[in-house]
Design a protein around this ligand. Sequence first.
Ligand code: PMT
Length: 221
Amino acid sequence: AEEGLLRGRRLLVTAGGTVERIDPVRYLTNDSSGKMGYAIAEEARRMGARVTLVTGRASVPAPAGVEVVRVESALDMREAVLSRMEQQDIIIKAAAVADYRPAEAAQQKIKKKSDEMTLQLVKNPDILAELGERKTTQFIVGFAAETQNVEAYAIEKLKRKRSDLLVANDVTVEGAGFGTDTNLVRIYDAAGLVEALPMLSKQDVAARLLALIAERLPKGE
Ligand code: PMT
C-alpha cells in the first residue's frame, strides 16, 4: 500500500549544505551530508511521487529517478526553489541553509596581509519563510536543527514560517543530525507534537515523514 501513497504528487526536497563564497578558492559551509534530504527524495520516488531534488554540497550520490538541480549558495537555492514552487504539491526543506553570507565574494584570491582580518557577513533570505508567505495549496515541511529547547523553538519556528509540519532533530544527540546515517526526530504541527520517532535510519525517518504527509494531503482527483 505504501508504494502508491504519493502517486501523481509532485514533491520538491532541498538537501545538503549551501556554500557561501569568500573568494574563488574559499567558502563557508556546514556539516550537512545531504543524507536526510536524499533519503526523502528516494523514498518519495518509491511512493510514486515526481521528485525534484534541489541540492547544495553533499557527500552522497543522488538517487535514481529524480530530477536533480545543483546549487551552490543560499541565494541560488532560493531561486531554484521559488521558481519551481508553483508546480509542487509538497515542499520539504531538509537543506542546511547558511544564515549569513560574505558581504561580497572577492573576484581574486584574497591576499595575506595584516595579522587580523575581519570578514563581513550579511543575512541570507529565509527560503522557508518565503515559501510560507507565498504558498497557495502547497504542503510545506521545515526542518529545525536545534541544540536546546527543541520543542519550544520548533513550534515557534513552525508558526512564524507558516509551515504545515516541522521536523526537529536534536543535533546534540549522538547518531542524530548532521552527517550520520540515523536520525532522532520529533514531528510537530501547529497544535503541537504529532510524533516522536525512535532513532531510525534516515531512510526510515523519510518513509515515516512521507506517510504522515500523505495522510494530511487533500484527496487527489
Ligand atoms: O544532510 P545530513 O547530514 O543528512 O543532515 C541532516 C540535517 C541535520 C541537515 C537536516 O536533518 C536538518 O535539520 N536540516 C535543517 C538544518 C537547518 O538549517 O536548520 P535551521 O534551524 O537553521 O533552519 C530551519 C529551517 O529553515 C530549515 O528547514 C532550513 O532549510 C530553512 N532555512 C533556514 C535558513 C534560511 N536562510 N533559509 C531556510 O529556508
